[in-house]
Write a protein that binds this ligand. Structure first.
Ligand code: 0X9
Ligand code: ZN
Length: 544
């Protein structure tokens, strides 16, 4: 069954109006404490504020006052937080005192965990699983290795090689596959890189990655687009960037919600192990809570002692360095909330000079998802979600020079009670719904890069055909040579006005002004929503 449509008409109005006024500036650094299970009596609250601008301050004060685990930020005016039985009454008072409200989204986290784990246990099998099982179940790490070997040996639709990225802290090899068109002689093709699982508990992300592998390698649905996708790109997919965390999250219900790696180097307290891999990439790295990091090993967003201190992030860096300028598209898969995010995540005041290109790709993704009744929000990670320095997307863009670097926060969304504990029977719907959007953006990126390349070739015949390396003049790396070229919010760039048509209305705007592109997005989303609403006679669109 699919997640229900996200927004009511009232919320759509609120969303639009508040978006217009508050889209510009807020930051939400997470400071969660790693909470050990078991989770009897723990609840998940969906906390609502009246105005978007109130959300960041409330969240910050709440997490400063209590060791709580923020599960997600499913909308501009709400966030999900797990609360222990001891904290319940204090947290409720706290929320009410701050003029906010809440509803209980998960009544008993332990019960949800038990059901989830029982279901997994039920599906545990000794014999090796058929490859098609990735559409129905969350594989354990051992099963993922078997699956990948199986794919390498039996792929019918592509040539597959199986390699290792390097070892994790606990010494596990980190497998990845390279999927190429059958018998292709073409070396150094452009590459799509997809990584998942840096956050251990976000199981739908590795599952999505495995399903993409399955589709590319076997084409189980006779998808006519696959030939083009494999002709245009080689695909490199790393389903579990953090194997130790993934194994730990599969151990039992009290470890199921583990997020970080499993390093023991920075604390002797067993509850304070691990580094948040997505705070450890060495590009504009910061462990400051004001940039979404943390220097306390006991927190869930511990950044590590310095950028690339962890083998898991270094392994990915080595791969990207080796691929050089070949990477056309980089996707970092996470859950949850249904967001399509681009850099920068480290600072909400730093914006990309080519934001309109990123937004265009994002809109393609969101439009394709909308066709499947799923609402995705698109924008820069720091502005749409919260500031978080040291994430893979920022490094891919700023450090590895990949222009099209994105984070996808997959399903579910706020109206689902499951969060990270999305039942396995949702996997196939999530994959079926998302695959068209992934295909769409791969082809969009290919067209955009090759258009640019052709234009450049017309101007300069020396262009290297497979060099996607993006010299980023909005990044601090290149700012070293020119000190003031980060495109800050509020900078005056009013000269380049262009006419833009949004759903049939014409506007004059500066395509590089992030406030305008966000505004357009909200407006388009809202109009789309209204059309759907009207088409169904004021009722929610029926679930499929
Ligand atoms: O906080 C994160 O690392 C990601 N969200 S999650 O809920 N999966 O933990 C978002 C990362 C977005 N990218 C950047 N901040 N650069
Ligand atoms: Zn994540």
């Amino acid at each position: 069954m699919q997640d229900p449509l996200k927004m009511s008409a009232v919320r759509a109005w609120q969303f639009c109006i508040s978006a217009l006024f508050f889209a510009s500036s807020w930051a939400l650094p997470f400071m969660n404490t790693s909470i050990p299970g078991p989770f009897s009596g723990y609840q998940v609250f969906e906390v609502h504020v009246n105005e978007t601008s109130a959300l960041g301050p409330l969240l910050r004060s709440l997490e400063t006052a209590y060791p709580i685990d923020i599960w997600g930020r499913p909308s501009k005016q709400s966030f999900d937080v797990m609360v222990s039985p001891e904290q319940l009454s204090d947290v409720i008072k706290f929320i009410k005192n701050k003029d906010a409200s809440y509803n209980v989204k998960v009544q008993d986290v332990q019960r949800l965990l038990d059901e989830h784990m029982d279901h997994l246990e039920h599906h545990r099998e000794r014999r090796s699983l058929p490859v098609s099982s990735v559409t129905r179940r969350y594989l354990k790490f051992r099963q993922i290795r078997q699956f990948l070997q199986n794919v390498r040996e039996n792929a019918t639709n592509a040539d597959v090689t199986l390699s290792n990225l390097g070892r994790s802290f606990e010494g596990r090899m980190t497998p990845y596959v390279t999927i190429r068109k059958k018998n292709s002689q073409q070396e150094n093709k452009q590459v799509v890189v997809i990584e998942a699982g840096i956050h251990a508990r976000e199981w739908i992300a590795p599952s999505m990655a495995l399903n993409i592998i399955y589709r590319l390698a076997f084409n189980p649905n006779n998808d006519p687009d696959l030939d083009e996708l494999l002709t245009k790109f080689d695909w490199i997919i790393i389903p579990t960037v953090n194997p130790d965390g993934y194994v730990y999250s599969h151990r039992n219900s009290s470890t199921r919600l583990w997020r970080k790696t499993r390093t023991t180097l920075y604390s002797s307290d067993p509850h304070c192990m691990g580094v948040d891999g997505n705070r450890n990439f060495g590009y504009e790295w910061s462990d400051s809570p004001s940039h979404g990091g943390n220097s306390n090993p006991c927190t869930d967003n511990y950044s590590g002692p310095q950028g690339f201190s962890e083998p898991e992030t270094r392994n990915l860096k080595t791969l990207l360095t080796r691929l050089g300028g070949r990477v056309a598209l980089y996707l970092s898969l996470h859950s949850y909330g249904q967001f399509f995010l681009y850099p920068w995540g480290y600072d909400a005041t730093a914006t990309l000079n080519d934001e309109s290109d990123m937004m265009e790709v994002g809109r393609k993704f969101a439009d394709a998802m909308w066709e499947r009744n799923r609402w995705y929000e698109v924008g820069s990670a720091s502005q749409v979600l919260y500031e978080a320095a040291g994430a893979a997307d920022d490094y891919a863009r700023g450090g590895a020079g990949i222009k099209y670097a994105f984070t996808v926060e997959l399903s579910p969304t706020d109206s689902s009670p499951h969060g990270f504990l999305l039942p396995a029977h949702h996997i196939s719907t999530v994959v079926n719904d998302h695959w068209p959007a992934f295909k769409q953006i791969a082809l969009t990126v290919w067209n955009k890069l090759n258009q640019t390349r052709n234009n450049n070739n017309n101007n300069n015949n020396n262009s290297n055909n497979n060099n996607n390396h993006y010299t980023d003049d909005s990044s601090p790396a290149s700012a070293a040579s020119s000190s003031n070229n980060i495109n800050r919010r509020g900078s005056n760039s009013a000269d380049n006005q262009v006419e833009v048509s949004i759903n049939g209305f014409n506007y004059s705007m500066d395509p590089h002004d992030p406030r305008m592109s966000q505004w357009i997005q909200y407006y388009r989303d809202f109009l789309n929503y209204r059309r759907q609403y009207e088409r169904y006679g004021g009722k929610r669109r029926a679930r499929r």
